[in-house]
Design a protein around this ligand. Sequence first.
Ligand code: TXA
Ligand code: MG
Length: 318
Amino acid sequence: MTLITESVGEAAEFLINGQITAFPTETVYGLGASIQHEAAIQNIFTAKGRPSDNPLIVHIADLDDLNYLVEQPLNQNIYYLIKAFWPGPLTLILPLNKNIKLSPMINAGLNSIAIRMPSHPAALDLIRKVKSPLVAPSANLSGKPSPTSYLHVLEDFNNIIPCILKGTITDYGLESTIINCLNPNNFQLLRAGALEVEKIEKIIPLEIKNNNFKKAASKPLSPGMKYKHYAPKAKVNIIDTNSKIINASEAAYIGLTDKPEKFKKICLANNLDDYAKNLFAFFRACDEENIQIIYTERPQRQGIGLAILERLIKAASG
Ligand code: TXA
Ligand code: MG
């Protein structure tokens, strides 16, 4: 039985008792466990079918937790990022504090740790009620699109996880932006995400490897990058204005520009934010309807368009 609750207190009880619980964040739903409970962390990997060498993001609600988890002192630029964007959809890869006992399952035994402070009120409230940071990968089966609604979580984990903290559809619809801060002279974008790189570049210089946007990066910067992600069952084609479209009546289309063809299923987004917010739900709906071909309009490589494009390229190579 999976309990669906809107009570943060009730969801917190599961986590305190060493069980796993899905919860909403401003990006996508996460599948959480307290960092104190090894067995629960192991259950996350098992439930998702996630390879054990793919580390998890630690979600915190207060800067005291950051100070405990990372090696001090942090570079000043890191504090500028934190001041500008936390709480919010930015994950930082930071040097791990070697003096604490942390389950190696969390960070795949690396000497770094991924940390983010979500801005979703229920997520912050949950972390504070549990009185411990929470590890939380996206609450989807490995290889499925990240969940933007509690119903997607239920689709993947009904009767598999004990509890879902129910919220509304997530604000951004794509995962957090990840920056590697291990070399203070060279901050690197590891995953384009909900926080636009242009905003980050106003605060610090950022290295953006084109690598991220190629099909299968042979040497991934972030362990998770090497795994197949966001792949619907259909064949995904990224199209430009004059790309040829065949079998439209059997196919689905998502994009900003209206098309003359009559598609079986269509999602016309008002703007890039709307495109991002609807993308994963659209992929899931196409799977449900057994659609074989999905056409996706290539977004501009700016703002959240970069993060959309990264997801589309992965989906198209799946
Ligand atoms: O928006 C998000 O970030 C969502 C919500 C739930 O917070 N979480 C999420 O987690 O997307 P997940 O597990 O699906 O993606 C985490 C990514 C993976 O690609 C993983 O390899 C990378 O972060 N990662 C975690 N720790 C790392 C580390 N120490 N060094 C490099 N990459 C790391
Ligand atoms: Mg994920």
